[in-house]
Design a protein around this ligand. Structure first.
Ligand SMILES: [Zn+2]
Length: 437
């Protein structure tokens, strides 16, 4: 992969911190990496899991009107014919006749190659779905696709979920899962990748109540980012104009975040009308309508979709938490995560590796471990250990020192203020729990 000269020093710092501390690595790095594919390391997987858990709790556990599913990545190929993806999920692609570089035609301002000034080919349509074959024969009849969105796994299961859950309109189905798009121009670290994880919820409503629920979900989703601790001034709305609307959408709003590389979409809220259910009814021959007992009539519900990405949200959280500050003449890098999504909730240190301090610290570590994600570290000077935890975004560091051996108290250092306060060992479980709320 050709490396472009970077013009985004902040992203470079985040990428390098992510590698250094074990958040995110390039996929297949020992082989030179695979274009825009990334692996989550020990801290990264914790952070991403915490984000997914926060979404899942907000969207399912805390509500009575949303059910969860986990559909297969591979689906019947007719799903993608019905959804319009086989026909329409394409980008116009042009090649430079001179240097063979490839571009999205709609990314270009001129009709010459931006890299070498060479002549470009005519645009051709390129389908963004990854294709593979099911079974031992590789021919047209065995083609299946890696799903380009999780939404269709929800639509085709509408009645399967409706019946056992005994839900009534309005109600939703939520799903977290991988999706795949063969993007021509991926990039910006984990912002746009070809393999990614979506967090989507489809809310089924009476057609005449679509606007009401659209407005409701806009508000709910905006608030979730504030709950994650994202700075409000870094968020804004973008409404899709007529020319931006996807083929299935009546209205669409994006929540955008201001990254160092500009304002970018981090979540879409879409009114998909009855487009998907009517297409599936047509293609499958099955009745996808909902029987409304109150109205005593059958109709296709409208769908309000909220579509976010787990990887993209992870990048938002990393970028928003990243701080560099000078402390007593020294540079400090710190990830100021909201405590409840931090990969490590607390770290436990013996001040020195002697005088019985490690034994006391290990006991505290084992007690806290039953409740929280905790790390034990006795390597190197305590200042070094604090800095490692600052870079990991660990909100609390607990240190066992000489005084501990006399009165059973420890210091608790708070990551952002670096203030240290003394507390009884017996109160730690409750204290940390209180602060993680
Ligand atoms: Zn060129």
């Amino acid at each position: 992969m050709a490396k472009k000269k970077s013009v985004d020093p902040l992203m470079d710092k985040i990428v390098s911190l992510c590698k250094r501390r074990g958040f995110v690595f390039q996929s297949s790095e020992i082989y030179g990496g695979l274009g825009s594919c990334w692996d989550y390391g020990p801290l990264g997987v914790e952070l991403k899991n915490n984000i997914k858990r926060s979404w899942w709790e907000a969207m399912t556990h805390r509500r009575d009107d949303i059910e969860g599913v986990d559909a297969a990545i591979l689906m019947h190929p007719d799903v993608w014919v019905a959804s319009g993806h086989v026909e329409g999920f394409t980008d116009p692609l042009v090649d430079c006749k001179q240097c063979n570089h490839r571009f999205r035609a709609d990314d270009l301002n001129a009709d010459k190659c931006p890299d070498c000034g060479g002549e470009l080919t005519m645009p051709r349509m390129f389908n963004l779905m990854f294709k593979t074959f099911m079974g031992p024969v590789e021919d047209e009849s065995s083609v299946v696709y890696m799903r380009p969105e999780t939404a269709q796994g929800i639509y085709v299961n509408f009645h399967n979920v409706l019946q056992p859950s005994r839900q009534k309109l309005p109600f939703g189905i939520a799903q977290i899962g991988k999706a795949f798009r063969n993007e021509i121009t991926p990039g910006n670290f984990i912002f746009r990748t070809r393999e990614f994880e979506q967090m989507e919820m489809q809310y089924f409503v009476r057609p005449d109540e679509d606007q009401k629920w659209f407005d409701y979900w806009k508000e709910q989703r905006w608030d979730w980012y504030l709950e994650l601790g994202i700075k409000k001034e870094k968020l804004r709305w973008h409404e899709h104009g007529i020319d931006e609307l996807a083929h299935y959408a009546k209205t669409a709003f994006d929540i955008e975040y201001e990254f160092s590389f500009g304002w970018k979409e981090i979540e879409g809220i879409h009114n998909r009308t009855d487009f998907d259910l009517s297409k599936h009814a047509e293609k499958s021959g099955k009745d996808m309508r909902y029987f409304d007992q109150e109205k005593n009539e059958k109709y296709l519900p409208y769908i309000i979709e909220t579509s976010a990405g787990a990887d993209r949200t992870t990048l938002v959280v990393l970028a928003d938490a990243f701080h560099e500050e000078e402390v007593r003449g020294e540079q400090r890098t710190v990830l100021k995560f909201a405590p409840n999504i931090a990969p490590i909730n607390a770290a436990v240190f013996p001040l020195v590796k002697k005088e019985g301090m490690p034994e006391v610290a290990e006991k505290i570590y084992h007690d806290l471990k039953k409740h929280y994600k905790v790390l034990y570290d006795d390597g190197g000077a305590v200042g070094r250990r604090y800095r490692r935890m600052d870079e990991a975004g660990t909100p609390y560091c607990i240190t066992v020192d000489g005084q501990t051996l006399e009165d059973d108290t420890v210091t608790v250092r708070e990551r952002d203020s670096m203030e240290q306060t003394r507390h009884k060992i017996a109160e730690l479980v409750e204290l940390i729990g209180e602060r993680l709320k």
